[in-house]
Design a protein around this ligand. Structure first.
Ligand SMILES: [Zn+2]
Length: 407
């Protein structure tokens, strides 16, 4: 059964055999260790098995939160879903019907989900209270994203993060309740849809009240740290990417290592890396300009030293960028009566070209050369440029043949 985000009739109602409901909001790993009887085990036709138990501590996927993983009677639990009134476990091995089996929830994974999910409540509650925006989408996987139906500025994001972490430091209890219909009518809580039946309300006092079926930590201090790593415009609103708890620590450690490595490369202290990068880029730009002007001077000398000749002139020069190639062709056009061509390798096994002439229209020549040497490009009457898919020898042969025809 697909469960809409943050609760409805089914996921708001505690299923009779659903131990996971009892321990959804406790950080005690002992609660993920249980014993149960196998009601049924059927192959699902995909090489895996669907196991129903008389009771289970495994959390089934729902409310934007992925299912638990773990071990059941020695088999790996690959997925857990609600199926009607039952919770269906997908296992990689069959279990005997009627047998008593031991279940162990992968608690590190579960606790990670609890940290992320509780962090999401805190952030959503603060965004709602401060800026009146609603959480309209929640996804928890390798990344945790929360979508809000409005835009948030950088300053607002900073304020949200600050207040969210203050809520963590206050170590507020995360309370779960099942209010009556009458109580619900007077309760102001976040919910994505019209709820019917028993509703599960998760409260972080002073921060958030929300209808939710997911798993949460018992007190906000267990969330550890909340950090917004990214904010993007999304469907007219904002998509925030969050890291909480152990994920925030890993995020910090990873960035710390990256900055430390960058600092070592730049011989700069970590916090001085941006300034060092700026200096390095400025230096790079200055060196590029210097190299370009030296190359230009060198090409002028080379062109001057090229003997004057009557017909066409073809010259190969290693590793010239397009602008230098163009400049060289124009200089060489001064040294011949026909068309001057400057060719250089393009770094991908082909050739780049620039053609120039003082007297002839280069365009018909370019057209023919492109056709003969699988080229592309063009230009004006006096200057054209492009690329060829051929070897130097093939280019030279073409030029020699053209010369022959011209005579
Ligand atoms: Zn929740």
């Amino acid at each position: 059964m697909a469960i809409p985000p943050h609760g409805d009739a089914e996921n708001g109602t505690a299923l009779p055999q659903d131990l996971s409901h009892k321990n959804r909001d406790s950080a005690d790993p002992a609660l993920g260790h249980f014993s149960a009887q196998v009601i049924s085990c059927e192959p699902d036709g995909k090489g895996t098995y669907v196991v129903l138990l008389d009771e289970t501590a495994f959390y089934p996927e729902g409310g934007g939160q992925p299912a638990d993983r773990g071990i059941l009677g020695g088999a790996n639990v690959l997925d857990v879903h609600e199926r009607g009134e039952s919770i269906a476990h997908t296992t990689d091995a069959p279990l005997c019907q009627g047998a008593r089996v031991e279940g162990i929830v992968d608690w590190a994974r579960r606790f990670d989900h609890m940290q992320q999910h509780t962090g999401e409540h805190i952030v959503s509650g603060i965004v709602h209270a401060l800026y009146g925006l609603d959480n309209v989408g929640f996804h928890m996987g390798a990344l945790v994203t929360v979508d809000f139906n409005g835009e948030l500025t950088r300053a607002q994001l900073d304020e949200i993060e600050r207040r969210a972490n203050e809520a963590v430091w206050a170590n507020l209890p995360v309370r779960v309740s099942y209010p009556s219909r009458e109580e619900l009518d007077t309760l102001d809580y976040r919910s994505k849809k019209e709820l019917t039946g028993q509703v599960r309300i998760v409260t972080v006092p002073g921060i958030d009240v929300c209808a939710c079926c997911g798993t949460h930590v018992a007190a906000t201090g267990q969330v550890g740290l909340i950090h917004i790593t990214d904010a993007q415009r999304y469907k007219g609103g904002t998509r925030l990417t969050l890291v909480c708890g152990s994920r925030a620590l890993r995020d910090y450690a990873g960035k710390d290592a990256a900055l430390s490595e960058s600092g070592a490369l730049l011989s700069a202290k970590m916090l001085e890396v941006p300034a060092a990068v700026e200096r390095t880029l400025a230096e790079l730009s200055r060196l590029r300009q210097e190299a370009a002007s030296q190359r230009a001077a060198l090409l002028e000398v080379k062109a001057r030293e090229t003997p004057r000749q009557e017909g066409n002139l073809l010259v190969f020069e290693e590793d010239l960028p397009p602008d230098a190639l163009r400049q060289y062709a124009v200089l060489l056009a001064e040294r011949c009566g026909g068309i001057a061509g400057a060719l250089s390798s393009d770094g991908n096994g082909g050739l780049r070209y620039a053609l120039a002439s003082r007297e002839r229209d280069v365009r018909p020549f370019v057209k023919e050369m492109n056709a003969a040497l699988h080229g592309r490009g063009g230009g004006k009457k006096e200057l054209a440029q492009g690329a060829l898919s051929c070897t130097r020898d093939e280019a030279r042969q073409f030029w020699t043949a053209q010369e022959g025809e011209a005579k």
